[in-house]
Design a binder for this molecule. Structure first.
Ligand code: CAA
Length: 388
């Protein structure tokens, strides 16, 4: 995209939205309830996304990717999430895992690891959090010790989205314990590296078809060339990555909320009580208006953040990207929680059952207030940006 500023979707963005929505309506939405019930990773959806080249749209063309800009990536994630939040973690986590490489890796590392993701041969996860290092990510304990031309990794990462199904893991580990956040480095670890194993699948409230597991490193020996960037730059790379990818969580929240709103609107027009469609009651009309207003406000903020992300990715310094990224994630996820809760309310008793999708959407929405930094952390990040 060359137009600037890139706030509003261009015609090709809207065409992309239509294409993703058509696929999502036909192939993803019909499988969403079952994926939620069984908790199985939606491999059929993955294949359909790969066939349409929607599984990792952000990967640049030079690595065989679709080369979509940040706004286009948001739109893809939004439309997949409108049908199935778990499935939307395929394009979202592929971006989360690979942005550290795009930002900081050597050309060789980029070439080696981005091409298989673009082809759909491998997925990429991001391993920052640990059992005792969640919001305080710099308190991580996982160690990487240099031994000749290799590093040896030991430790346990936790809450890793798509763990086990991803081939590759951007992993942050301590290389200099005396240096705090400046003693953390980033590496690419492969699922097949000896000593890598996975914990049991977490039993979660939502996004059940996307596995969340520990990733355990037991004397995992990897070539030193798998370090992303210079020693000691891993924490900065991790946070710089989140500046780009919190926007994709905002996108996921928008999609979940849109799915719930669309379903609720259809329902209130059909459902009759007191001799008329419940959509005719002003109390419910005000609810619908508020839901749509909150959604659109969060969407515009997210698209503005995506425009800034795109500029920053291409080397333009963007002073307020950190603020916009946290603000979009926080606003969109809070909106999604409100909107999905109200959608359940509009469907009444039916909304509370698994016969309708809105209860799943409400459960799925909750995680967007928690992961890639809780909304309390987002507010802390925003306040620091304002007050600095
Ligand atoms: N970009 C680049 N560098 C940054 C940065 C940014 N946005 N923000 C801070 N830094 C740098 C600082 O400049 C500093 O470097 P110097 O010392 O060289 O100046 C260094 O990083 C440490 O910064 P802070 O002192 O501000 O770090 P902190 O320990 O106070 O932590 C924090 C800051 C914002 C709380 C951070 O720890 C944070 O974001 N925590 C939440 C973690 C998080 O989001 N986890 C989600 C994991 S991903 C996920 O959910 C998994 C999934 O699969 C979906």
């Amino acid at each position: 995209m060359s137009s600037f500023p890139l706030y509003a979707p261009a015609e090709e963005h809207e065409m992309l939205r239509e294409a993703v929505r058509a696929l999502a309506d036909q192939k993803i939405a019909p499988r969403a309830a079952e994926a939620d019930e069984t908790g199985e990773f939606p491999w059929e959806v993955y294949k359909d996304l790969v066939a349409a080249d929607f599984h990792a749209v952000h990967v640049p063309e030079e690595y065989g990717g679709a080369g979509a800009d940040a706004l286009a990536t948001v739109i893809v994630i939004e439309e997949v999430a409108r049908a199935c939040a778990s499935s939307s973690l395929i394009p979202a986590v592929n971006k989360l895992g690979t942005v550290p490489l795009l930002l900081s890796a050597s050309p060789e590392l980029k070439e080696k690891y981005l091409a298989p993701v673009a082809r759909g041969d491998a997925m990429f996860s991001y391993a920052l959090s640990e059992p005792e290092a969640g919001s305080d990510a710099a308190a991580m304990k996982t160690r990487a010790v240099l031994d000749g031309d290799h590093y040896v990794l030991n430790g346990t990462k936790m809450w890793i989205t798509n763990a086990g199904v991803s081939e590759f893991y951007t992993t942050m580990a301590v290389t200099d314990p005396s240096a705090g956040a400046r003693g953390i480095s980033a590496f690419v670890v492969e699922k097949s590296d000896e000593g890598v194993s996975f914990g049991a699948k977490e039993r979660k409230l939502g996004i059940k078809a996307s596995p969340t597991r520990q990733v355990i490193f037991d004397n995992v020996r990897i070539p030193a060339s798998r370090m992303i960037g210079e020693p000691g730059t891993g924490f900065k790379t991790a946070l710089a990555t989140l500046d780009h990818t919190r926007i994709t969580i905002a996108a996921q929240a928008l999609g979940i909320a849109q799915g719930a709103l669309d379903h609720a609107v259809g329902y209130v027009k059909e459902r009759k009580q007191f001799g008329k469609a419940i959509a005719e009651f002003q109390g419910l009309q005000f609810m619908i208006a508020d839901m749509a207003m909150k959604l659109e406000a969060a969407r515009q903020l997210t698209y503005a953040a995506a425009a800034k992300s795109e500029l920053a990715m291409h080397g333009t310094p963007v002073r307020d990207l950190t603020f916009f990224s946290s603000a979009a994630k926080c606003a969109a996820s809070d909106a999604a929680m409100d909107i999905t809760t109200d959608a359940v309310q509009l469907l009444g008793g039916y909304g509370y059952t698994r016969d309708y999708p809105v209860e799943r959407m409400m459960r799925d929405a909750k995680i967007t207030q928690i992961y890639e930094g809780t909304n309390q952390i987002q507010r802390m990040v925003m306040a620091r940006q304002i007050l600095k």
